[in-house]
Design a protein around this ligand. Structure first.
Ligand code: GLA
Length: 739
């Protein structure tokens, strides 16, 4: 049984092949965290880990016992503004106006499988046997409010999920002011904290920082998970590497404002919390109603960062993403954006599509600019009908002409937004988020629709249904190009205004759910000015996301490497674009750009008509290559080998599930002169197996390639260079096949 309860010691032991998570109910009914780490054998009693200590200046629960202080206990669901004196996992304002909370054990149940979370994205199981769920019910007697802690332990993955459902069983309304999805108190602070941080065009860069005393966090207050920080943090031991050592990863399945924090106290314990950002959240809970928090995920690895990432990849790729595309290699697409921007006619688009079809592209995506009057980013968001000037015969005709070329057809939308210059805004000026009587900021000349108002979501849904119904559409890119500011809604009264950020994202989820239900075969790609909402919440609806507006191959090394910490290759939108690159104006070889873009969903974002004949031959070959290997690349096991954050070189590889075939990719940004001999140790191969390596003679054992490595220095490369570029922006790929 993966979740054990020991009656005599009142201890829960959640354990699978990889880790143990142990906590107990103490005498007063608080849940006390005892151990979170590498798997240990089960026993009846772990009470030696329950530390009571007499500490000066502590406040004590009992007058006559100086050893018992909540401040020094490691807890699972600490209350707020009591004797714990750190940030609580839950704050509730009761009818007396105080925000003190005090939740004690009431009951528990253990059941097979996993519970669904209504209206929220969450991981799931396909068979009950895949996971076991523990529901612990705690109660604050004074408030008459219950908290149900939902733990799910996966059997075949080093994964524990947790969320909280709060239920108001009193006769008064209460206001939830803060609710973290997961709280873990660890006994020491000997960790480095990993963040995925950045900005537009340089999303999810990896940053490490040793834990220090006090509060440290990453967060969003932008209404979307943001380019700036991802809803994720990992704690690794200082000696942990990609291949070895302990690391704990925490992610939140949520797309709105979040906070992921570590609070190190003066006794060096570390409180980890991840959940909705308490600064922009409050929820009025009527008597007899409940509120469900988003779900948090904890992944444990004692075999380094790669193993942590692989667990996230499997979980997010196979048990969070849904739909017919989940397990399939993704279509190779041509996106119109960087090729023509807003400037196109039907003829121009059809020419692009024809060229694309000749090159072997499978899906043509018409990006921004196709709808009524949309010739710049100043107008038309909200008016989801085809522009009559650009597409006089309508979308249907364009779509069928594109399909006649043997291509699938896809479309860009930005449903959460409105321009003032639009019929929608003129008809419903009260449908944007704003605070009456206050200044309102613009972002990309546009405003955010009030998705907290169900009538707005309904109206947008209806417009989109009208576009998609009957259209032979296979793909939708859902964009979101500005953050939320000055958030207020005329739909809600004053006591609900603090719930708007959360209600907004629930509105987004609602519309997504309606679309995927109505169009189960459409492949959705999420996007927010590139990677501004590349988060686990979105993956539940859209199995792939536009990784970044930055399509420069060199920049993409860092962006894709960082993104791979958490997200599978099958989720990373990656396109080859023109040179010089439109963001950086950097020239890189076409081979280099493709060698980077292969490690994602792969496509092109340029006007194929502007390619030279020589380039067309190369592109055809690239598409042929990707068709042959995309299943391996997108669904295989991914290993990071060399970090672009540490130098001039980057390397990664994918290995098939049966370890019979692998692809290794190596990138060197700047040419170096007269360099030393170098080897690249590989990962994930079968040590007993012999492999051939493309462009190398002979056979190599798996363990030989892992322990000694592939020789990657110049002298060896230039001998076999097939005329490939040898200057700056060099890339090499090797295919390993078991023989
Ligand atoms: C955003 C997206 C781009 C493109 C444009 C269109 O910036 O990230 O890929 O779709 O919008 O306006």
């Amino acid at each position: 049984m993966p979740i054990q309860y020991h009656e005599t010691s009142q201890t829960f032991h959640l354990t699978n092949r990889w880790f143990s998570y142990i906590f107990k109910i103490n005498h007063e009914g608080y849940l006390i965290q005892l151990y979170c780490g590498s798997r240990i054998r089960d026993k009846e009693n772990f009470d030696e880990l329950y530390e009571l200590a007499c500490r000066p200046m502590a406040t004590n629960y009992y007058q006559d016992d100086r050893t018992y202080s909540l401040e020094h206990l490691k807890q699972e669901f600490p209350g707020a503004f009591g004797a714990d004196m750190r940030k609580g996992a839950i704050e509730i304002e009761g009818k007396d106006g105080t925000k003190y909370t005090d939740f004690r054990f009431e009951s528990f149940r253990i059941e097979p499988g996993k519970l669904e979370l209504e209206g929220l994205p969450a991981c799931y199981v396909e068979e009950e046997a895949e996971a076991t769920t523990l529901v612990i019910t705690l109660k604050d007697e004074h408030l008459q409010v219950r908290a149900h802690l939902l733990y799910t332990l996966y059997e075949q993955l080093p994964v524990l999920t947790r969320s909280v459902r709060v239920e108001n069983d009193s006769e008064n309304e209460v206001r939830i002011e803060a609710l973290t999805s997961l709280n873990v108190d660890l006994p020491d602070d000997n960790y480095e904290r990993l963040m995925l941080t950045g900005a537009w065009a340089r999303e999810r860069h990896i940053e490490w920082e040793p834990l220090h005393s006090g509060y440290q966090s990453v967060y969003s207050l932008r209404g979307h998970s943001s380019h700036n920080f991802n809803p994720f943090l990992a704690l690794k031991r200082p000696s942990t590497t990609e291949e070895s050592g302990e690391v704990l990863g925490f992610a939140l399945i949520y797309s709105g404002n979040f906070e992921a924090s570590v609070d190190v106290d003066t006794y060096h314990t570390s409180r980890i919390q991840i959940g909705m950002n308490r600064d922009t959240f409050a929820w009025l809970l009527e008597p007899g109603t409940s509120f469900q928090s988003p779900e948090a995920v904890m992944v444990y690895s004692d075999q380094g960062l790669n193993k942590m990432s692989q667990a996230f990849h499997t979980l997010f790729g196979r048990r969070l993403a849904r739909g017919v595309w989940r397990d399939k290699a993704r279509p190779i697409l041509l996106n119109s954006w960087e090729g023509v921007y807003f400037d196109f006619t039907e003829e121009k688009i059809l020419n692009m599509a024809k060229e694309a079809a000749n090159l072997g592209v499978e899906l043509f995506v018409l990006d921004d600019g196709w709808f009524q009057g949309r010739n710049s980013d100043w107008t038309s968001l909200g008016d989801w009908v085809a522009d009559e000037e650009k597409l006089p015969d309508g979308l249907d005709t364009l779509c069928s002409k594109i399909c006649d070329l043997g291509l699938k057809f896809g479309l860009w939308i930005e449903p959460e937004m409105v321009n003032v210059e639009s019929d929608l805004y003129r008809a419903h000026p009260d449908w944007r988020l704003e605070i009456a009587g206050r200044h309102i900021s613009a972002g990309r000349h546009q405003y955010v629709l009030d998705f907290t108002n169900p009538a707005v979501v309904d109206a947008v849904a209806k417009m989109l249904f009208k576009v998609f119904d009957g259209l032979n559409i296979s793909y939708v890119k859902w964009d979101m190009n500005r953050s939320l500011t000055e958030v207020g809604s005329t739909y809600w009264n004053a006591s609900h205004q603090q719930s708007l950020y959360h209600r907004f994202i629930l509105g987004v989820y609602d519309l997504y759910e309606r679309l995927i239900e109505r169009y189960p075969n459409i492949l959705f790609e999420s996007c927010a000015s590139g990677g501004g909402r590349f988060d686990p919440g979105m993956m539940y609806y859209a199995p792939q996301a536009w990784t970044s507006d930055d399509t420069d191959g060199v920049e993409r090394l860092k962006i894709q490497y960082g993104t791979s910490m958490l997200y599978p290759i099958s989720s990373m939108g990656s396109h080859v674009s023109a040179s010089p690159n439109h963001q950086l104006h950097r020239n890189t070889p076409l081979e280099f750009r493709a060698d980077v873009a292969y490690f994602g969903t792969f496509g092109y974002e340029l006007n194929p008509a502007s390619l030279s004949d020589e380039e067309k031959v190369l592109v055809k070959e690239q598409i042929r290559f990707m068709k042959e290997y995309r299943e391996l690349i997108q669904l295989g096991t991914f290993y990071r080998l060399k970090s672009p954050f540490e130098g001039n070189e980057t390397a990664w590889m994918v290995v098939s599930q049966d370890r019979k075939i692998a692809i290794v990719a190596y990138y060197r940004v700047i040419q170096e002169i007269n360099t030393a001999y170098r080897r690249l140790p590989l990962q994930g191969l079968d040590p007993e197996q012999t492999y051939t390596v493309s462009d190398r003679d002979g056979m190599f054992y798996g363990d030989e390639l892992e322990k000694i490595g592939l020789i990657i220095s110049d002298s060896s490369a230039s001998e076999n260079n097939d005329g490939k570029n040898e200057g700056d922006f060099l890339s090499r790929m090797w295919i390993l096949k078991a023989v």
